[in-house]
Design a protein around this ligand. Structure first.
Ligand SMILES: Nc1ncnc2c1ncn2[C@@H]1O[C@H](COP(=O)(O)OP(=O)(O)OP(=O)(O)O)[C@@H](O)[C@H]1O
Length: 253
């Protein structure tokens, strides 16, 4: 579904990420781990369209089997893919929600953006998704600002998944949530991945989150991928000295 080679982004003289090579298959959860500043968010931004790469290639095969290079594709096509095939879940739900409209409208809007017009059906779909992410149906007309952090995060997930995306980018989706809320959210992401065959690229600095969710891991350091492979293999038998340090929790904060 995604084949990335030589992807590079610098900020002035500073390296964001460089020479990134990897592949991603449909239905897979790919975890990106590494210390702060290792380039995880930069990589996610390059793929999801919020940043522009300096060089490299990222070939994405869409639902219809058409291949697009995310580095060189036009803005109109990128917007179409964002609307119809991708989701982006931000660490801070406030970055991914509209706080001044109701929970129902937050979930309904992406449907309208993809052409849905029938109010009753849009509301039904929104209601269905609120229930799936365990938000009480009675809260459909409430503003997200009246929700707890965990509820806002689940609402952000519903807003992203209502259009039935193929690929969802998640940047530390459970960061800043307390442990029990985090556990429920991780269960939810797992269910959605298994139930919908959704592909997920998830950035986390938390190896326990990576272990629970990811089929495969990429370990980043100073803008480069130092090791990648099956999650169990990487965490149980790390080969690169940096991964060994990471796993032995010396670098975990
Ligand atoms: N807008 C920017 N301007 C200048 N440098 C930046 C910018 N964004 C990121 N960088 C630099 O690029 C490098 C990679 O940053 P990035 O945010 O991608 O890392 P990260 O692994 O996501 O870190 P964190 O876990 O702290 O979010 C860092 O050295 C960072 O200082």
């Amino acid at each position: 579904m995604l084949e990335v080679s030589g992807l590079t982004k610098t900020y002035g003289g500073a390296v964001g990420c460089t020479g990134i090579d990897f592949r991603m298959w449909p239905g897979e959860v790919l975890g990106i781990v590494g210390e702060s500043g290792s380039g995880k968010t930069t990589l996610l931004g390059l793929l999801s369209g919020s940043l522009v790469a300096d060089s490299g290639q990222a070939l994405y095969s869409d639902r219809g089997g058409r291949v697009h290079d995310l580095v060189t594709m036009g803005e109109a096509e990128r917007r179409r893919l964002s609307r119809e095939e991708w989701g982006v879940v931000h660490q801070n739900p406030r970055d991914g929600l509209r706080l001044d409209v109701s929970a129902g409208a937050n979930v309904g809007e992406p449907l309208m953006a993809t052409g849905a017009r029938h109010y009753g059906r849009i509301r039904d779909r929104a209601l269905d998704w609120l229930t799936r992410v365990e938000i009480d149906a009675g809260r459909i007309d409430d503003l997200p600002r009246t929700f707890s952090g965990g509820m806002q995060q689940r609402l952000q997930i519903a807003r992203n998944l209502v259009i039935g995306p193929r690929l969802v980018f998640m940047d530390e989706p459970t960061g800043g949530l307390d442990v029990s809320v985090q556990a429920r959210l991780l269960d939810l992401i797992r269910e959605l991945n298994a139930g919908l065959g959704l592909s997920v690229m998830i950035v986390t600095h938390d190896l326990a989150v990576a272990r629970l969710l990811a089929d495969r891991l990429m370990v980043m350091r100073r803008g480069r991928v130092v090791e990648q492979g099956l999650t169990d293999q990487i965490l149980d038998d790390p080969q690169h000295p940096y991964t060994q340090l990471l796993v032995s929790s010396v670098l975990q904060v």
